[in-house]
Ligand binder design. Structure first.
Ligand code: DX5
Ligand code: ZN
Length: 216
């Protein structure tokens, strides 16, 4: 299977969102990556339900929603209602992660768990079989355009080994600073889904850049 590509709309032109959504619709991209930030879990605020609802109206591919918010249990149902297909919460933001993951799945969404750069993958051992996706942050979450953290390769291959050992079907997604310098190495380490924000939207030919990541 070739890798899935999920362009992050955080780096899109919000005044021309429909144009950028249509570019992704007609590109080789697989998912829309949607970053939700609350100003508490991360030092930034992005956008919320009304914007996602409008994205959903135009998007012809699944919405991969990455919640960088504290206590995400408060909003799981509402993210389902605005059209999330995969919903990812942070390990560091959940006191009862097992319950959170079960709730996400019970609503028919794929359940993802994300790790900050300082959180070891070994902590996932008991939740892994319940997840559809693990999102490894390769920058500290909060902003697009940051520098890729090299320790990510090690985390991805450790996680891949855990997945193989347990026979889980979980996908590995990598988010932050992804570009053509690290894409191949991430896939070789075991990544299944690559998120790319600034690398796609700062490109003079975003659709071609998506294609290049898809073929990396
Ligand atoms: C960062 C977000 C990312 C961000 C990635 O906190 O989770 O999805 O948009 O942007 P780039 O690809 O520019 O690092
Ligand atoms: Zn993200």
């Amino acid at each position: 299977m070739s890798q899935l590509i999920a362009p992050s709309l955080l780096s899109a032109d919000f005044a021309n969102l429909q144009r950028d959504i249509e570019m992704i619709n007609s590109s080789a991209a697989d998912w829309f990556h949607i970053d939700v930030m609350d100003g508490l879990f991360v030092p930034n605020i992005s956008f919320g339900f009304p914007v996602i609802q409008h994205i959903k109206k135009h998007a012809s591919k699944p919405l991969d929603v990455h919640l960088m918010i504290v206590d995400p249990d408060r909003f799981i149902d509402e993210f389902k209602n605005v059209g999330a297909d995969v919903l990812t919460v942070h390990y560091e933001a959940c006191n009862h992660l097992h319950r959170t993951v079960q709730r996400i799945k019970s609503l028919g969404m794929g359940a993802g768990v994300s790790l900050n750069p300082h959180t070891p993958v070994s902590l996932l051992e008991d939740i892994l079989p319940d997840t559809d996706l693990i999102l490894i942050m390769s920058v500290n979450p909060g902003f697009g355009g940051q520098k890729f953290i090299e320790n990510t390769y090690k985390k991805v291959s450790e996680l891949k080994n855990m997945i193989i050992k347990t026979g889980a079907k979980t996908l590995i997604e990598v988010d932050g600073g992804v570009d053509l310098n690290n894409a191949r190495k991430l896939i070789d380490a075991g990544a299944d889904v690559l998120v790319a924000g600034s690398f796609v939207f700062k490109s003079t030919q975003p659709s071609k850049t998506i294609e290049e990541l898809k073929n990396a």
